[in-house]
Design a protein around this ligand. Structure first.
Ligand code: CP
Length: 316
């Protein structure tokens, strides 16, 4: 295994298959740690991580915090709503002030595309993108890839259909790039108003026809519908969206027999997924959340410059 060479984890678009495999392999080892009675290792003792969340989050924020604690790092979480951002402080000044307290890694979620990339030019900490606007959410894609790889034993050759609001979804973009790099066949499906206009460069089939997208799919990946999109007139009503694009048990009859259902959360129950699908035997949604901790441990570990070939997994 080659040594990891990236200082930051900003997106999936430029990660190679070898790099993705390396993260997933390290995450598999950390998943083993998380199954033990003592679920922590001292691997990042003395390392300080700040979680900068300028947008709401449950899964990403909690799993980064858990990942940091499981690795023995010192960790601080910051909510924009309770900070001096409210007094007009800029992102650059906020980050520089936090770094002046001798921070090693910054995990950032921000509503603006490119905010993590911007930080790489102004502070020297390792930066991990926890979601930037409609752009990328790389650790979500990595936990999705880990879930698929552990379930099917492979990613290459699987047919993955990503359904819903592709236009505004950073998860759809990151998953598309990661899945394609790992050899899956990706289909993007949704109402025409919720699909990007220019998809020529996308390594995916794009369709508005849900039945065509579900036909023979191995993975049905439903995206969250954002209510504010309806207010912008991008689809008529939630009821209409659900009638045309909601994933129900009947609709899953078109998929491959062993097909699974995934969703990044939070779910709008009854909108993008019916309850019986969200909670049914094909659902991997809670496995995704579980693997999120191991993937984030791997992302923190590798971007801290630690050697994946000499992982010390002795308990602390
Ligand atoms: N999937 C995801 O990013 O969820 P949160 O917004 O709860 O972090």
């Amino acid at each position: 295994m080659r040594r990891w060479h990236r200082r930051h984890l900003l997106g999936m678009v430029d990660l190679s298959g070898e790099e993705i495999t390396q993260i997933l392999d390290v995450a598999d080892q950390f998943a083993g740690v998380l199954d033990r009675p003592i679920r922590s290792v001292p691997t990042l003792r003395g390392w300080t991580v700040v979680n900068l969340f300028f947008e709401s989050s449950t899964r990403t924020r909690v799993s980064f915090e858990l990942a940091e604690k499981r690795l023995g790092a010192d960790t601080i979480s910051f909510s924009a709503s309770a900070s001096s951002v409210n007094k007009g402080e800029t992102l650059r000044d906020t980050a520089r002030n936090i770094e002046a307290m001798r921070v090693d890694s910054v995990v950032i979620r921000h509503g603006s595309v490119g905010a993590p990339h911007f930080l790489t030019q102004h502070i020297s900490s390792a930066i991990i993108n926890a979601g930037d606007g409609t752009h990328e959410h790389p650790t979500q894609a990595l936990l999705d890839l880990m879930t698929i790889r552990r379930h099917f034993g492979r990613i290459a050759g699987l047919r993955v259909s990503i359904i819903g609001d592709v236009l505004h979804s950073r998860v759809a973009r990151s998953d598309m790039w990661g899945l394609k790099t790992m050899g899956a066949e990706v289909t993007l499906c949704g109402p025409a108003t919720l699909l990007p206009k220019h998809t020529e460069s996308f390594p995916a089939r794009v369709t508005t026809n849900l039945d065509a997208a579900l036909d023979g799919a191995d993975v049905v990946y439903a995206l969250r519908i954002q209510r504010e999109r309806q207010e912008l007139g991008l689809f008529p009503t939630i009821r209409e969206y659900t009638r045309l694009y909601g994933i129900t048990a009947e609709r899953l009859d078109r998929t491959a027999p062993e097909a699974v259902v995934m969703h990044p959360g939070p779910i709008n129950r009854g909108w993008e997924l019916s309850d019986d699908v969200a909670d049914g035997p094909r659902s991997l949604i809670l496995e995704q959340v579980t693997y999120g901790v191991a993937v984030r441990m791997a992302a923190l570990y590798l971007t801290a410059g630690r050697d994946p070939t000499s992982l010390n997994l002795a308990p602390r």
